[in-house]
Design a protein around this ligand. Structure first.
Ligand code: NDP
Length: 497
């Protein structure tokens, strides 16, 4: 049936099946769509991804729906055991998972390894929550009438559609899958067609861990496959990460059945360097915040605000640091030193290049750029770009670029810095660099962002929620709130026995 599907994803070019439903793989017919999976660092074709049909999506949702009855009644402790097993198997497969992240996305070795660590930490954390009976127990609610007893309890939402993008494959999936399973939901995952191999490996690990067939299903393909999921009447909850534009479509699709919704969308976040900041530290945080994952992060702090009194010093040190960023393919001779990888695809490269061109045409000035190694010629690499003092309405200052492009603007007071930082319809994260505790407190309170870092890199812990204000989305992932987002709240009120 269908193509010669090679499921062994080490070695020669592979073809990944269209779907994994209730433990069985489904291949597409020859006439169905199949997309190319590239090595972003070399441009080479490394495999093919078959796309699921509408019928397969329907079958996957039904499989999740059928599996729900038994899964929701497993104990949290039993689910925790499986989550812990998944974390252990991820750890055991760390080298292969990390190599796949490098092979597909071209991530530098340390970034690829960090992704695996993040996924492991997420499964471990939700395993821990499952082992804590109080998280799932019914809680008494105090009432003014002692004759009555009220209780609050949390029920699994049901079947969850998990739609993930390409910038942190496996990580974004873990952020959704671990709390969904912990809550007692069954799922259908839709990975990005550009980076599905890691989700394919993750699904195999979930199955090996002993998660019952039908609890986790995967349908592959592009936006149309995601759209079929979002309109399926048996899907109770959608958790989507991606662009704000697609997020709007998902929200509209969810409206008809009032599906529960978590949206983790774009950002245009600020990094603020106060006058009292350690400039060396500020530069290091600015480089990481803008150019990690080649800037393809919803949390990129690509609007850098620097106090006027340290602006020249900062810019000189920033230029030296940006020119020193090693941009090379991770597999090459210097791969171990790679600090920044390529963009995910030729299309993303063209999109970012066009935005830079349009921004410059509209008056933005490129202050300096980083450098590209000749070994980058065949991949989708772009050297870091730094824009100085763009106009407030320039698209490079206002729009999410999702590439290695940072803008720097000066400010003269905390009031001005906070106003500039908050002058965006997004509100995902912010970073403040200061040695003044009182000032730090003020920024923490007044910055309109879901997560504020003070003098740290973008540290992410599964204990700390992720999500933002405004156009950055709805709801929170990670933490206890991440678990609750896969649960319905129910109250009971009755006469005390
Ligand atoms: P999208 O938002 O289009 O895609 C994210 C995921 O949603 C993918 O799996 C995609 O499928 C799927 N999808 C697309 N349209 C729909 C739909 N109508 N219903 C359900 N699912 C859908 O991001 P892109 O990959 O197109 O990237 C474009 C831009 O989006 C980037 O340049 C960046 O600005 C932003 N972005 C933001 C991310 C974030 O973390 N906040 C992540 C990725 C992108 P598929 O891609 O397979 O077609």
């Amino acid at each position: 049936m269908g193509r010669n599907t090679e499921q062994q994803i080490d070695g020669e070019a592979f073809v990944l099946p269209a779907a994994m439903i209730a433990g069985a793989t489904f291949c597409a017919a020859e006439s169905e769509v199949c997309s190319r999976i590239c090595n972003a660092a070399t441009g080479e074709t490394i495999g093919w991804q078959e796309h699921a049909t509408a019928e397969m999506v329907d079958r996957a949702v039904h499989a999740a729906h059928d599996a729900l009855i038994a899964w929701r009644h497993t104990t949290p402790a039993a689910r925790g055991k499986l989550l812990r097993k998944i974390a252990e198997l991820l750890e055991a497969d760390r080298a292969r998972l990390s190599a796949m992240q490098m092979q597909v996305s071209g991530k530098p070795p340390f970034e690829a390894d960090l992704d695996v660590s993040d996924a492991i930490a997420t499964f471990s954390y939700y395993a821990g929550l499952c082992e804590d009976a109080s998280v799932f127990a019914a809680e008494p609610v105090a009432l003014p009438d002692d004759a009555l007893l009220a209780e609050r309890m949390h029920e699994p939402v049901g079947v969850a559609a998990l739609i993930v993008p390409w910038n942190f494959p496996m990580v974004t999936t873990a952020w959704k899958l671990a709390p969904a399973l912990a809550a007692g939901c069954t799922v259908v995952i839709k990975p990005s067609e550009l980076t599905s191999p890691t989700e394919h490996m993750l699904a195999a690990i979930v199955s090996e861990a002993g998660v019952p067939d039908g609890v986790v299903n995967v349908v592959n393909g592009g936006g149309e496959v995601g759209a079929w999921l979002t309109t399926h009447p048996l899907v109770d909850k959608i958790s989507f990460t991606g662009s704000t534009a697609s997020g709007r479509k998902v929200m509209q699709a969810a409206a008809h059945d009032m599906k529960r919704l978590t949206l983790e969308l774009g950002g245009k976040s600020a990094l603020i360097v106060r006058e009292d900041a350690d400039v060396v530290q500020a530069v290091s945080l600015a480089v990481g915040g803008a150019f990690a994952n080649a800037g393809q992060m919803c949390s990129a702090t690509a609007r850098i605000l620097v106090h006027d009194n340290v602006y020249r010093k900062f810019m000189a040190a920033f230029e030296t640091a940006v020119r020193a960023v090693v941009v090379v393919p991770p597999q090459g001779a210097e791969g171990a030193d790679a600090a920044m990888g390529p963009l995910i695809s030729a299309a993303q490269h063209a999109r970012v290049a066009a935005l830079v061109e349009a921004g410059v045409e509209a008056g933005a000035q490129i202050a300096f750029t980083g450098q590209l190694d000749p070994a980058c010629a065949d991949g989708f690499f772009m050297a870091p770009v730094v824009i100085a003092e763009p106009a407030a309405d320039n698209m490079l200052w206002t729009d999410e670029i999702f590439g290695p492009v940072a803008c720097v603007k000066s400010f003269r007071s905390d009031d001005e810095a906070i106003a500039l930082a908050n002058d965006t319809r997004y509100g995902l994260v912010a970073t403040v660099v200061t040695n003044d505790e009182k000032a730090a407190r003020r920024y923490k309170v007044q910055l309109r962002a879901g997560l504020v870092w003070v003098n740290t890199p973008q540290l992410i812990f599964p204990q700390v929620c992720w999500g933002g204000f405004g156009l950055s989305g709805i709801g929170r992932e990670l933490g206890v709130a991440g678990l609750r987002s896969y649960q319905e709240l129910r109250h009971t009120v009755g006469m005390r026995a």
